[in-house]
Design a protein around this ligand. Structure first.
Ligand code: FES
Length: 110
């Protein structure tokens, strides 16, 4: 797992959704109810930019067809049978870091 420091992360109590880069990945960084979450910026349904969506009850809502994904697990809403890739987020000394697993990390996890 490689950790990327996110310089442009808004450190605020207010909710936000922002597209960031971690290595070569486009990631949607979400601040919601005092916690930070990271997921793919590309909707698994048809590729919409998730950073243009919104958050409702710990779910991110895609701006195109309103599919929902759990902020924590990435699991799609009832009946969708899909998920969005999520990434771990850590705060260290006031800085935000997002962890991106390598191809081999994913193979090892199974
Ligand atoms: S592109 Fe996201 S729900 Fe269709």
């Amino acid at each position: 797992m490689k950790w990327y420091k996110i310089d442009e992360a808004p450190i605020a109590d207010k909710p936000f959704i922002k597209k960031i880069k971690a290595g070569n990945k486009s990631i949607c960084l979400v601040g919601f109810e005092g916690k930070l979450y990271a997921m793919s910026a590309k909707c698994p349904h048809a590729g919409a930019d998730m950073s243009e969506g919104l958050c409702v009850r710990k779910m991110i809502v895609c701006p195109y067809h309103r599919y929902t994904y759990d902020l924590e697990t990435g699991k799609g809403g009832e009946g969708q049978n899909d998920f969005i890739e999520t990434y771990p987020v850590e705060m260290k000394d006031g800085d935000v870091f997002v962890g991106v697993p390598s191809f081999w990390d994913k193979i090892r996890e199974g």
